[in-house]
Write a protein that binds this ligand. Structure first.
Ligand SMILES: N[C@@H](CCC(=O)N[C@@H](CS)C(=O)NCC(=O)O)C(=O)O
Length: 110
């Protein structure tokens, strides 16, 4: 979904890591996230969803980020430094996304 911040996150990381990908537009604006074929792929009916070359899928933007970042400079090897990265990811989902990003979307999309 091109105007989704949650979709931008993995797209940005894949670009920074030079990982080639194909973007398939699935938008909640058009009801596509609620269609049966999409819900069969992600029962939570949300984007982003990444499909790996072997067909396995990962939902939740930060789970996708952690999968992509594994073994790269974007996820520290040091236990404490990695915990700080997790700290930002949990903060983003619990304190930023619902209160700021969703409000921004509600104001902007209409
Ligand atoms: N916690 C999820 C949130 C994903 C999310 O809120 N996706 C929105 C677009 S930004 C969505 O798919 N909404 C569809 C709907 O509510 O029907 C993540 O980080 O991936």
């Amino acid at each position: 979904m091109i105007d989704s911040g949650n979709c931008y996150k993995p797209r940005l990381l894949m670009a920074k890591l030079g990982i080639p990908f194909t973007r398939i537009e699935v938008s909640s604006h058009t009801g596509e996230t609620r269609k049966a074929d999409y819900v069969a792929k992600n029962p939570n009916a949300m984007v982003p969803l990444i499909e790996l070359d072997d067909g396995r899928r990962i939902a939740e933007s930060n789970a996708i980020l952690l999968y992509l970042a594994e073994g790269t400079r974007f996820l520290p090897a040091d236990r404490y430094e990695r915990a700080l990265a997790y700290q930002w990811l949990f903060f983003e989902q619990y304190s930023h996304e619902p209160y700021i990003a969703v409000r921004k979307a509600l104001l902007t999309f209409p």
